[in-house]
Design a binder for this molecule. Structure first.
Ligand code: CP
Length: 309
């Protein structure tokens, strides 16, 4: 199969066949990362600009590592050090970077649709969405899929409970798309004040009770309360939230000992997840982080037309 995607804005138009091919490619990249000499020349001569206008640790660092492992030239950009802080528009900044020869732009930006907008304005360069407001975070979904697939194998017919602040979560939206395409039943749980109104059209179900939502789940996916994106008063207090919706050992035990505990990070201990669960045997949170580098290598390689050496 020829790879047809130049950009990654979100996963709406990816087929299951493409997701499967992608997972195999990510596995190959993971094998490379386990070798003593990890770097390969696949993207030698390509210039990639990382544009992060919102805070990030995992996504920013793993994109940069992935780019360097594939021998691309890398420029890191942030709003405070750029002319965006002097009033330059996103479009003019992007055109400037393309004029300098950028082959790809990785962008995290607070406005919904910013990555899509950029991909329409750039003539040649690829655009990779590293998070656009509350809309999408497709590379997070791909790394989550890769981490779960490695542990569980074929995901068809499995169940995933996503518990927490779904309303403000771009991760949840991209994950519902990715996991549903692979035949996973996705159940959302959390306070009604933190749920979007379009759950059925997303392809998920809502269960207000986390105890029944996680029952028989193969994956329990916790979401952070996104205080930076929400108005006051959506939950009574963080302590009360933890008591009712937090992933405690007791809540996880309802799913069974083989259920995977997942989280995109950053985690807030004793809010959405207890320390014993975050650091426990069922947690694959750090494996998700590890998959992030291989997955972003696979993405860059496929979309930028790298040559396997
Ligand atoms: N999961 C995630 O996007 O983490 P960062 O905000 O650290 O990139």
């Amino acid at each position: 199969m020829n790879w047809r995607h130049k950009d990654l804005i979100d996963l709406d138009d990816w087929t299951r066949e493409e997701l499967n091919l992608f997972l195999e490619q990510a596995n190959y990249m993971e094998e490379l990362l386990n070798r003593p000499i990890k770097k390969v020349p696949a993207l030698r001569g390509k210039l990639i600009v990382n544009f992060f206008f919102e805070p990030s640790t995992r996504t920013r660092v793993s994109f940069e590592l992935a780019e360097k492992m594939l021998s691309a030239d890398v420029v890191n950009w942030s709003s405070s050090g750029s002319s965006v802080s002097k009033g330059e528009t996103l479009r003019d900044t992007a055109w400037t970077l393309e004029a300098m020869g950028a082959d790809a732009v990785v962008i995290r930006y607070g406005a919904v649709g910013s990555a899509d907008y950029l991909s329409r304005k750039l003539k040649k360069a690829s655009v990779f969405n590293a998070g656009d407001g509350t809309h999408g975070h497709p590379t997070q979904a791909l790394l989550d899929l890769h981490s779960a697939w490695k542990k569980l194998g074929n995901l068809e017919g499995s169940r995933m409970a996503i518990v927490g602040d779904v309303l403000h979560s771009r991760v949840a939206r991209s994950n519902i798309k990715a996991f549903s395409k692979m035949g996973v039943k996705v159940i959302l749980s959390g306070p009604a004040t933190l749920m979007p109104t379009d759950i059925p059209s997303l392809g998920a179900e809502y269960d207000p009770d986390p105890r029944s939502a996680v029952k028989d789940a193969d994956m329990i996916y916790l979401l952070r309360i996104q205080k930076e994106r929400q108005e006051q008063g959506l939950i009574p207090s963080l302590d009360e939230y933890h008591l009712r919706y937090g992933a405690t050992e007791e809540l996880v035990s309802l799913a069974g000992k083989d259920a995977l505990v997942m989280h995109p990070g950053p985690i807030n201990r004793r809010v959405e997840i207890a320390s014993e669960v975050a650091d426990g045997e069922q947690s694959i949170i750090l494996k998700q982080v590890r998959s992030g580098v291989a997955v972003r290598m696979a993405l860059l390689y496929l979309c930028l037309g790298g040559v396997r050496n």
